[in-house]
Design a protein around this ligand. Structure first.
Ligand SMILES: [Mg+2]
Length: 192
């Protein structure tokens, strides 16, 4: 399937869901492209996973913003590759830096930069520890095995819409208010 075919199919998949994320965040190495960019030279011409570009274009067309969260120690190589691929300007945020946390600080920065709440984000990554840490923040997070593809997109959108269904929304609101009231109780007892 060519790039346009993937894009059209991704558009169709998105059409199946009433509720779409506001922001989709991608890891780079082994999610958008099949290598660690730190092991490559800037002079090379990188190749993405076959369905990655079509998916990015479809999200853009649907008005869904895209961002990057990468722990690559070579942001200069990563940025050069994004530029060579002609996709660098697509991203509303590019957080590319090595870190001891499993991308929680990347997402804090993305949240500050874009103002999009964690619950309205969808994230794709190939490492379990990142998926675990980021999903605890409230982001719908999908583990990819051979890079991002249409199957992962469908899975992600389905998980996202289930998590944000009206019933669950009420539950989230309830959790939020019960947390709030318990924290104000603690504040009260602190004052006494
Ligand atoms: Mg990776």
């Amino acid at each position: 399937m060519g790039e346009d075919g993937v894009k059209n199919e991704a558009m169709e998949i998105m059409g199946l869901f009433q509720l779409l994320p506001r922001l989709v965040v991608f890891d780079l190495d082994y999610t958008l492209w099949p290598f660690y960019c730190e092991c490559r030279s800037k002079r090379e011409m990188p190749k993405m996973y076959p369905q990655a570009k079509g998916i990015l274009y479809a999200l853009k067309d649907k008005g869904v913003d895209v961002a990057i969260a990468s722990r690559s120690p070579t942001p200069d190589i990563a940025n050069t590759f994004l530029d060579k691929l002609g996709i660098k300007s697509m991203f509303v945020a590019k957080e590319i830096f090595s870190s001891w946390t499993h991308k929680t600080d990347h997402f804090q920065r993305i949240n500050r930069r874009t103002g999009v709440p964690y619950t309205e984000m969808l994230f794709f990554d190939d490492e379990n520890r990142n998926i675990d840490a980021v999903s605890k923040m409230g982001v719908t997070s999908i583990l990819v095995r051979k890079g991002v593809n249409l199957g992962a997109l469908r899975q992600g959108l389905s998980n996202f819409s289930q998590k944000n269904s009206p019933l669950d929304r009420n539950k989230q609101r309830w959790d939020y208010f019960s947390q709030k009231s318990s924290s104000s109780e603690t504040e009260d007892s602190d004052q006494k």
